[in-house]
Each structure stands twice: as structure tokens, then as C-alpha cells.
Ligand binder design. Structure first.
Ligand SMILES: [Cu+2]
Length: 397
């Protein structure tokens, strides 16, 4: 008899294991544009790869309030229905057609307050579970304890994912006697997880690191400080500046030639991103200012979570629309507002205007009336418009 050689002694460290067959889900809203799942059993790691023993029932608890708008799903490929790929359902198997015929394939089972939400057969409770996560946050919290049970009886990797937000999938590897069955990570996740910049990590935002005041991408002042602000307010204003600048910069889109929906979306996504980031900044520092036990404060906290989750969901819908009709996923252009003055001319010589300046670069040092330099009055002629030519920059997802 052959010994089966298990390669890679570090295999055990690759997956996070449940405690008492339970994974307690939470969302870290600051880990990415949408936020990422964590499980108490896996520490602070976001989107951890988890291990599940073959044939053992596990419970995924979604009782923490941060789960609102993030109903867990399970699929054979990353992102399930978002990508039109097979999910774990009673009538779906990639390998065993008889379970599909009998509606007994491996599938999650959804519960509220310990009660199965489905009717059996093809109905495994998702049709009641998922819609509840669209309820107003307070109503959803009041309804009670949401949880999903899942037993895996096939050995291939599967994924947990969010039914509402795209690209929140994490890998599940199957264990037999605590050993990973399939070492290879297959099928592929298909995308890299988002990693906030150091600046974003401090603010709780995503995608604003390049838009700090020091980056010079915005000439406007978004916040007026008089020097008497506390350190907290100075830090807060630096975070706000960067997200405001990102929106200001990224909303300068080219109008689409024929389709108003395209231009609407290209502007609305950075607009939404700003709302989401503003909400996250406040949520991150809420501590001394918003007390969840105070009725008015609690309402404000609801608003912050609502902005983050609903506007991220709308961004997904808008991105899907662009993809469905074959339009670019983003378009950000700093439009050419840079034009030569029609009235400037060299002092005392009206014939020497911006056109004259444009003929020879050294003429940019010429002064006009009021000692205004040609380089300032004729920016187009003097090559000062570089920042104003159309550029496409990566928008945050
Ligand atoms: Cu979600």
C-alpha cells in the first residue's frame, strides 16, 4: 500500500478553521470600497480562506449589525449570480447528476431566529433571506438572528460571497481529517483584493491616496480652516479634502457622443464614491461624537451605513449596465478649459496677441497691460495646459 504524501507542511496555516463548527461573520467597512468579510474565528483577516471538514455541518452567523446588506451566498465560482455562474443549490452539481435530479446537492440552508426560511426541495430559504437584507437597517436588526448552515459533500474548492455586492468572494477549501484535499486554488478567484493606501487606511476611505492636497491634482479649497481647529478636526479635514478632490477630479468626464446614460454613470460613480468615503470617515471617528444609545445619533449611524451599502450596490448596478452594453467602465477627463485670452496683448502693441506668442516660446515671458505675463494669459500658447488635456485615470471600483 502506498502512503499518500501530503506536500507542503504549511498547509494547515493556509486555511482558517471554525470553532464549534461556527463562523461568525462581520464586515470591515474600511477594508475595501465595499468593505470585506471577516470571521471572528479568523481574527482581523479580511476575506480569509476558510477550511470546512467534508460532511460536517457548519453555521455562518450573520447576527452582527455590520452584516446588513451583505447576505452570504455560496457558489462553485467566485461571485455566483453576479457573474452568472453556478451557485450551491439543491438542484446544481458539477459532478453528480443524481443529486441534481433529487434536489439533494450540497446547498446552504437559510435561517432566521432558528427557523428554516424555505419550504424544502428547490427552496432552501434564500428567497426569504436575501430580501430581508434590503430592509431599513433598524428593521433588519430588529428581525433577529440571521444564519446560514452548510454541509459540503464534494471536495472541490467553493466560494462564499455577498449576494448584493460584487467582488466580495472568499475561498473555501475542503478538509478531510483536518487535511486540505485540494492544495491547488482552483477555480481562480479572478481578481485581486483591494488594498487601501496607507493614507486611506488612516481615514477609513478607499481610493483617495493620490488626491491629498500635496498631490496637487485639485486647485480648489474644499474646507476653510482658520488655524484654531483641534488636531482631530485637522486630520478629519485632510481626509475630507482627499475624497472631495477625488470626486472633483474624477467627475470631469467627457460627455458621451450619443448616450446620456453613459455620461450620467461616469459622473455618478465618483459622486457616489465621495458619499461613501465621507460616510466612512465619519464612521471611523464616530467614537466621541455619535452614541449608538442616543436616538438621534443612532439615526445618523444608520444613515452612514445606508450610504455605504446602498450607494455601493448602485455602483454595482451602474457598472453592470456599462458592461452589458459594452461601454467603458469609467471615463474621467480633465476637460480643456484652458484657452488663450482674446484680450491680452503686449503692452502698447495690440497686434502682438496670444497668436503672436504662440509662434515662439520665449515670447511667453512678455508682459501685457497690468504686467500680466503672456504665460498666464495665453496658457494654451505657452504649453501650460498639460493638466487640462484629456486624461483617463483609474477610478476606484
Ligand atoms: Cu455586500
Amino acid at each position: 500500500m502506498w502512503w499518500i504524501l501530503v506536500l507542503g507542511g504549511g498547509a494547515d496555516a493556509q486555511v482558517c478553521r471554525a470553532i464549534n463548527n461556527t463562523f461568525t461573520a462581520k464586515i470591515n467597512p474600511f477594508a475595501s470600497s465595499t468593505g470585506y468579510y471577516t470571521f471572528d474565528e479568523c481574527g482581523n483577516e479580511t476575506q480569509p480562506t476558510i477550511g470546512m471538514e467534508l460532511g460536517v455541518e457548519y453555521t455562518f452567523k450573520q447576527t452582527d449589525a455590520s452584516n446588513w446588506y451583505h447576505p452570504l451566498g455560496f457558489a462553485y465560482f467566485a461571485d455566483g449570480a453576479h457573474e452568472d455562474v453556478d451557485e450551491l443549490e439543491p438542484g446544481i452539481s458539477l459532478t453528480n447528476s443524481s443529486c441534481a435530479d433529487n434536489l439533494t446537492c450540497q446547498s446552504p440552508i437559510y435561517y432566521l431566529n432558528g427557523e428554516f426560511l424555505g419550504a424544502g426541495g428547490e427552496d432552501f430559504g434564500l428567497d426569504a433571506y436575501e430580501p430581508d437584507f434590503f430592509l431599513p437597517r433598524g428593521d433588519w436588526i430588529e428581525k433577529g438572528e440571521y444564519e446560514v448552515k452548510l454541509t459540503l459533500d464534494e471536495t472541490n474548492d467553493v466560494f462564499y460571497f455577498c449576494h448584493i455586492h460584487n467582488e466580495m468572494s472568499g475561498r473555501i477549501k475542503v478538509l478531510v481529517d483536518d487535511v486540505i484535499v485540494s492544495e491547488e486554488d482552483r477555480p481562480a478567484l479572478g481578481y485581486e483584493y483591494e488594498v487601501p493606501s496607507d493614507f486611506d487606511a488612516g481615514c477609513g476611505t478607499y481610493g483617495t491616496g493620490d488626491y491629498q492636497e500635496s498631490g496637487g491634482l485639485c486647485s480648489d479649497t474644499f474646507l476653510c480652516l482658520d488655524g484654531n481647529e483641534s488636531d482631530v478636526m485637522v486630520e478629519f479635514s485632510e481626509c475630507l479634502y482627499a475624497t472631495d478632490c477625488a470626486m472633483d477630479y474624477l467627475m470631469r468626464t467627457e460627455i458621451h457622443d450619443t448616450n446620456p446614460v453613459v455620461a450620467f454613470i461616469h459622473q455618478m460613480i465618483p459622486h457616489h464614491d465621495n458619499a461613501i468615503n465621507m460616510a466612512k470617515i465619519l464612521l471611523k471617528i464616530q467614537g466621541d461624537w455619535l452614541d449608538a444609545d442616543n436616538e438621534n445619533d443612532a439615526e445618523m449611524i444608520d444613515v452612514l451605513w445606508d450610504i455605504i451599502n446602498t450607494q455601493n450596490h448602485q455602483i454595482d448596478i451602474m457598472q453592470n449596465w456599462l458592461e452589458a452594453f459594452g461601454y467603458d467602465s469609467e471615463d474621467s477627463a480633465v476637460c480643456s478649459l484652458c484657452t488663450n485670452s482674446a484680450s491680452w496683448y503686449k503692452t502698447g502693441d495690440p497686434s502682438k496677441d496670444c497668436d503672436w506668442v504662440s509662434e515662439w516660446e520665449p515670447r511667453c515671458d512678455t508682459k501685457g497691460e497690468g504686467a500680466i505675463l503672456a504665460s498666464a494669459a495665453c496658457p494654451l500658447a505657452c504649453g501650460e495646459c498639460a493638466v487640462n488635456t484629456a486624461v483617463t485615470v483609474a477610478a476606484s471600483g
